[in-house]
Design a protein around this ligand. Structure first.
Ligand code: SF4
Length: 209
């Protein structure tokens, strides 16, 4: 925690409301924790879509993904559903990942293949730096970041355990060739079925590119 808080203080990031991070061009997609999905379902369910790149596809061509993402408004700008005139329409109740961004706790290989912690997203590509961040603020940010990453990994593990049991019970198996074939069909505009994991169960969606 102290190491992450130290990184946060050293970077001294401050948001300048450029809104880059709320677009697909800058960040692939906004993945939601189950608790965020429950809240958005209550006020704007149309904002949800199955997260991209499903983990599995069974022998019948049905995809399985570990959760939902926030829909983007259009293909050109890839703006978040809630971004309007460069401002977040739901800022006071924005999602967990939006609250901690750009901080993260990922272990990733660098360009030389060395695996180390990555604690910041998009360094020098957005915001401003060298702001003074107090000990208390940096520790709060570190705590929230760890809490998010922990919740994210817990959700992923639960999904994998659920799929193991579900596939065993229904005699399903992941087939990479079927996966690839159906991705091609999807890219050609055909409809596909995606089962989205949410709160310990699967929710079915028919989607088209
Ligand atoms: S919910 Fe708000 S803060 Fe989060 S990505 Fe969308 S516009 Fe940005």
């Amino acid at each position: 925690m102290k190491r992450l808080a130290g990184v946060i203080q050293r970077i001294g990031f401050r948001c300048t409301s450029c809104a880059k991070c709320c677009t697909r061009a800058f960040n692939g997609h906004v993945f939601l924790l189950d608790r965020d999905v429950t809240s958005v379902k209550a006020f704007d369910p149309a904002a949800l879509e199955p997260a991209p790149a499903p983990e599995f596809c069974d022998q019948n061509g049905i995809f399985y993904v570990s959760g939902y993402a926030v829909r983007t408004r259009d293909k050109v700008s890839g703006s978040c559903w809630f971004l309007e005139n460069g401002r977040c329409r739901i800022y006071d109740r924005r999602f967990t990942i939006c609250r901690i961004y750009p901080y993260m706790l990922h272990r990733e290989p660098d360009e030389h293949g060395y695996v180390d912690w990555r604690q910041f997203s998009g360094l020098d590509q957005h915001g401003e730096y060298d702001a003074v961040i107090s000990d208390d603020e940096s520790l709060d940010l570190a705590r929230e970041t760890k809490e998010y990453e922990n919740a994210f990994l817990t959700q992923e593990i639960r999904f994998l355990e659920f799929i193991r049991d579900y596939f065993t019970r229904h005699q399903l198996r992941h087939v990479q060739k079927v996966y690839d074939d159906h991705v091609r069909r999807f890219n050609r505009g055909e409809e596909i079925t995606v089962m989205v994991y949410h709160n310990g169960d699967l929710e079915q969606h028919r989607i088209r590119n």
